[in-house]
Design a protein around this ligand. Structure first.
Ligand code: HEC
Ligand code: HEC
Length: 384
C-alpha cells in the first residue's frame, strides 16, 4: 500500500440541496406538519364568510364615497375621524345606529384566503389574539363597538324606510350563506388546530412552512509522523453558506423532530510524504468524497402537548452522521492511485436550539485520533 493512500480524510462539504433562506431572527412556527395542514384547511372552511356580501361589502366591497353601481348614493367623504362621516349614513341605515365602515386596513377586498388568514392573526395579535378573534366572530366581543355580526346575520343592512325604498330585491337580504353556529364552530376549529393559540410568525397556521438544519463540519487533522506537512482541513472555513449541506426537518405530532438526508462530502488536500528511499519525497493531491447518511431526531416544544407550556423551551436536536466512510483518488507527482477507506462508524451530536430562525450551536467533533480537532455546527433555517 502506498503510504498516502491510507489518508482519505479531507472533505469540503459540497451542496446536497441548495435552499433559499429567509426569516433570520423570526420565531419558528411551533406547529406539527399535521397541525399546519389541518389549520390551513380549517381556515379555508371558514374563509367563505369573509367573502359573503353581508360581511365583505362593509369590509371594502362597497365604497359609498365613490360612484359605484352597488350603492344608491355617493356620500361626502369627511374623513374617517370626522363624526359627520358616518352620521350621514343614518339617513338610510338609521335602523343600525353605529352603521360604519372599518378602516381600510381591515378591508377584506383584494385579499386571497392566505392573506385573510394572516390578516386575522395580525389584527388580533398573538397573546390573547385567538380568544379575541373567536369572541369577535361570536358577537363582536359582546357588541363592541357595535353588533356588526348581528346585523350581517339579520340581513337588514340597518336600512330604515328611506333606505328600504331605495333597495331592490328580497328584504331582508339573505343573511350570510354560512349559518352562524357553523361560522362560530369553524372559527373555533381553526384556533383549535393551531394548538389553541395564534402562533408566531404571522404565516404560521396559514401556509406551509419548512425548516432545515444547515450543517457545517470543520476539522483539522495534523497527521502524525512519518508524514510531514500533512494537515487536512475538513471543510474549508470559507465555504459559502449556500454550499453547506442542509437536512430538512419535520415537527411531528407528540413532540418529536425527524430529518433524513444524504450529506455529500467532498474535497481535497495536499499531502507531503517523507522521502522514500530511491524514490524521494512526493507531493500528492488527495481528492476525497463521501456520501454520509445523516439522520436527525429529537424533541420540539409542541404547544398544548401534555399540558406543559412551550414558552421559552428549546428544540433538542440529535444529529447522527452514519457510516462515515470515504473514497479518494490520489495523484502524486510520481504516481497516481485510488483507494477507499472502510467505515469508521457513526457519530452523534446533541444540540439545543432556541426556536428562532438562525439559531445556531457548535459542538466538538472528536475522533479518537491524536492531532484531530473538529467541530460540528448546525443552524436552524427556514426553507419555505
Ligand atoms: C356595518 C359594517 C360591518 C359589517 C356588516 C361587518 N363588519 Fe366587521 N367590522 C366593521 C367595523 C367598523 C370593524 C372595526 C371595529 C371593530 O373591530 O369592531 C369591523 C371589524 C371586524 C373584524 C376585526 C378587524 C379585522 O378586519 O380583522 C373582523 C374579523 C370582522 N369585522 C369580521 C366581520 C364578519 C365575519 C362579518 C360578517 C358576518 C362582518 N365583519 C360584518 C364593520 C362591519
Ligand atoms: C340615501 C340612502 C343611503 C345613504 C345615505 C347611505 N346608504 Fe349605504 N346603502 C343604501 C342602500 C339602499 C343599500 C343597499 C344597496 C343594494 O344592495 O342594492 C346600501 C348598502 C350599503 C352597504 C352594503 C351593505 C351590505 O351588506 O351589502 C354599505 C357598506 C353601505 N351601504 C355603506 C354606507 C355608508 C358607510 C354610508 C354613509 C357614509 C351609507 N351607506 C349611506 C342606502 C344608503
Amino acid at each position: 500500500m502506498k503510504p498516502h493512500q491510507a489518508f482519505i480524510t479531507q472533505f469540503t462539504i459540497v451542496v446536497a440541496l441548495v435552499a433559499p433562506v429567509h426569516g433570520d431572527g423570526e420565531p419558528v412556527c411551533l406547529l406539527s406538519d399535521t397541525q399546519t395542514k389541518n389549520s390551513i384547511s380549517a381556515f379555508a372552511t371558514l374563509a367563505p364568510i369573509f367573502y359573503d356580501p353581508r360581511c365583505f361589502n362593509c369590509h371594502g366591497g362597497v365604497n359609498p364615497f365613490h360612484s359605484t353601481p352597488k350603492h344608491p348614493v355617493v356620500t361626502k367623504d369627511f374623513g374617517f375621524d370626522s363624526p359627520k362621516q358616518f352620521e350621514q349614513c343614518q339617513e338610510c341605515h338609521g335602523n343600525f345606529p353605529k352603521w360604519q365602515l372599518p378602516l381600510p386596513s381591515d378591508f377584506f377586498v383584494g385579499m386571497n384566503v392566505t392573506q385573510l388568514c394572516e390578516h386575522m392573526k395580525q389584527s388580533f395579535g398573538s397573546d390573547f389574539g385567538a380568544d379575541d378573534f373567536v369572541n369577535h366572530m361570536r358577537d363582536d366581543n359582546g357588541g363592541i363597538p357595535a353588533p356588526f355580526i348581528d346585523v350581517a346575520y339579520e340581513g337588514t343592512m340597518g336600512l330604515n324606510e328611506t333606505g328600504q325604498e331605495l333597495y331592490e330585491g328580497p328584504f331582508p337580504a339573505p343573511p350570510p350563506s354560512m349559518p352562524r353556529n357553523i361560522m362560530l364552530q369553524n372559527s373555533q376549529n381553526w384556533v383549535k388546530e393551531m394548538g389553541g393559540k395564534f402562533q408566531k410568525p404571522t404565516e404560521c397556521g396559514c401556509m406551509d412552512m419548512e425548516y432545515a438544519l444547515r450543517v457545517k463540519v470543520a476539522a483539522v487533522y495534523h497527521v502524525p509522523a512519518p508524514f510531514i506537512n500533512s494537515v487536512f482541513n475538513f471543510a474549508k472555513p470559507d465555504t459559502p453558506e449556500a454550499d453547506l449541506p442542509v437536512i430538512p426537518i419535520h415537527f411531528k405530532e407528540g413532540g418529536s423532530v425527524t430529518g433524513v438526508a444524504t450529506v455529500n462530502l467532498a474535497g481535497n488536500a495536499r499531502v507531503q510524504t517523507p522521502p522514500i528511499p530511491l524514490f524521494g519525497e512526493d507531493i500528492c493531491n488527495v481528492t476525497g468524497s463521501a456520501v454520509v447518511p445523516a439522520t436527525v431526531d429529537g424533541q420540539w416544544p409542541q404547544p398544548g402537548a401534555s399540558g406543559s407550556s412551550s414558552e421559552g423551551q428549546n428544540i433538542h436536536i440529535h444529529l447522527t452522521l452514519n457510516k462515515l466512510s470515504a473514497q479518494a483518488s490520489v495523484e502524486c507527482t510520481k504516481g497516481a492511485g485510488s483507494s477507499s477507506s472502510g467505515s469508521s462508524g457513526s457519530y452523534s451530536f446533541d444540540f439545543s436550539l432556541q426556536p428562532m430562525v438562525g439559531a445556531t450551536q457548535t459542538v466538538p467533533f472528536n475522533l479518537p485520533l491524536p492531532g484531530f480537532e473538529g467541530s460540528v455546527q448546525v443552524t436552524l433555517i427556514r426553507t419555505m
